[in-house]
Write a protein that binds this ligand. Structure first.
Ligand SMILES: [Zn+2]
Length: 496
């Protein structure tokens, strides 16, 4: 898979640090966790290489003068731990990327390892941005957690595969971005043999149990709970072992404590992540009479390959979860159908697929869902892949006669699928206009829109002390809503 890629030679003959050796680096096996000292100490790993293309990366701080087994708490340790996780994630996704595809921002993605004080991290189509924050007497660096590093990298990977999703005016599309990012963190972790062994031991071979694998960003979750008790799960930032059931996000509350589902994308993402995690557990269970650690890696690779095909195949429409689920089953069917039952079961039990949608799929229909055009998506992988603008009446937002332009989740559907209704049957998907209106309303209610210095925009859109994920800018045809970034789910600014 590395054929034809450019490798930059590592500088040699540099002066070594006191604890440095050239044989490897110290890195976390998983998130450092919330206990002191950490329950699982760092491990020695091969020196990571971020310079392999495609998916080349570059950390924007001075590289320590030598690779080595540095101690946690040092800048050198943070540099190498982040490098190791990001190199592992990039190596994993490189094998599923269509030829010719690379990051949206270009061949090399910068990593800004410490951009100041916040309990957050984000991808803004320029770089991965990480922060540090202090709570309960401890300073937490978000870039040090492999979970968070690989989550942000996951946003960038999905942006490479499906750039249309970045600006889609749809709660479910935004939530899928978060689910994909969490799934990336889980799958990247599974590429470490020591972690696979540890997880199988912790869960006694039953991956569907809550474990260090399902608990994402335990350390950041702990820090956030010190300042906002119910903003995140009680044992981590988000747990992929959960029992959330699909509900049309347009009808959910805009905000809710972590124990409940809301239309906030990180909250709603847990429905899809939970289903995917169940499919992973089910795939492992069926791999052999007594599946072993190597089977777990095989299943993780198989499901990632299917997921990469599915996100390229599924049209961006309001009911995006069920479209991706259907495309996953279709991708698997065209590959022998090994995971059909575990995928269908997981998505039906979450309500992402209505029973009739899963039962009614014929081989011909699933073939239709995967047109050859998507298999060669690289051919159309141009930076200008965008969804069409939809004009909403500006008067409804206090913008007078000037329309509000939102990119609508309105790609043509190739296959009719449906999510389950609470009660009986299936829900009918909202129109792309209704989905866009709900999306905009949520952003306004959470204060996530940056209006720069447009004095004509009413104050109830402005919200001076909130974290901004979107911006509103005047163009000749109206006010254009566009996304600035995807983050990992919490903002210290929210309390300001
Ligand atoms: Zn995120």
């Amino acid at each position: 898979m590395a054929a034809g890629t450019a490798r930059r030679r590592r500088p040699t003959g540099e002066p070594g640090g006191s604890s440095a050796t050239a044989s490897g680096v110290n890195a976390w096996q998983d998130d450092p966790g919330d206990s002191l000292p950490p329950a699982v100490p760092p491990e020695l790993r091969a020196v990571p290489d971020l310079s392999i293309a495609p998916l080349r990366m570059r950390i924007d701080v001075t590289r320590p003068s030598a690779a080595g087994a540095y101690q946690p708490g040092t800048p050198e340790f943070r540099y190498w731990s982040a490098s190791e996780a990001l190199a592992r994630g990039a190596a994993f996704w490189r094998q599923f990327l269509p030829q010719g595809m690379t990051w949206q921002p270009g061949d090399e993605l910068p990593v800004l390892l410490d951009e100041g004080v916040d309990f957050n991290a984000f991808y803004d189509r320029r770089a991965l941005n990480f922060f540090h924050g202090t709570a309960g007497g401890r300073t937490v660096f978000s870039g040090e957690s492999p979970d968070i590093a690989c989550h942000e990298q996951g946003h960038a990977v999905l942006d490479a595969l499906r750039p249309e999703l970045f600006d889609a005016g749809s709660i479910e599309a935004a939530a899928f971005h978060e689910a994909f990012a969490d799934i990336c963190a889980i799958l990247a972790g599974l590429q470490l043999q020591s972690f696979r062994l540890a997880i199988l031991s912790e869960t006694e071979g039953d991956l569907s149990r809550s474990s260090r694998l399902s608990r994402l960003a335990e350390q950041l979750g702990w820090a956030i709970r010190q300042v906002s008790r119910d903003a995140v799960d009680p044992d981590c930032l988000r747990n992929a072992v959960n029992s959330f059931f699909y509900h049309t996000p347009e009808e959910l509350p805009t905000r809710a404590p972590a124990a409940a589902l809301s239309s906030e994308p990180h909250s709603f993402s847990r429905v899809f992540t939970g289903a995917f995690f169940e499919a992973l557990a089910g795939g492992f269970r069926q791999a052999a009479a007594a599946p072993r650690e190597a089977d777990l890696q095989t299943v993780s690779v198989d499901l990632a390959r299917l997921l990469s095909i599915a996100v390229q195949a599924a049209p961006v429409v309001p009911e995006y979860f069920s479209q991706v689920a259907t495309a996953l089953i279709a991708a698997d069917a065209s590959n022998g159908g090994k995971y059909r039952d575990v995928l269908a079961s997981a998505f039906v039990r979450r309500g992402i697929l209505a029973t009739r949608a899963a039962v009614g799929m014929t081989a011909g229909q699933v073939a239709m869902a995967l047109p050859a055009a998507r298999a060669t998506a690289a051919a159309e992988a141009t930076p200008s892949r965008e969804l069409p603008h939809l004009a909403l009446a500006g008067a409804e937002y206090g913008l007078g006669d000037v329309p509000l332009l939102v990119r609508a989740a309105s790609e043509p559907r190739r296959l009719v699928t449906a999510a389950a209704a609470v009660g009986v049957g299936a829900v009918s998907a909202p129109s792309s206009e209704r989905a866009a209106r709900a999306f905009v309303e949520d952003l306004i209610q959470r204060g996530h829109i940056d209006v720069a210095d447009h004095v004509e925009i009413p104050g109830w859109i402005v919200h001076p002390h909130t974290f901004k994920t979107h911006r509103l800018a005047r163009s000749e045809t109206g006010f254009v809503l566009s996304r600035i970034l995807f983050d990992c789910g919490f903002h210290a600014h929210m309390l300001g």
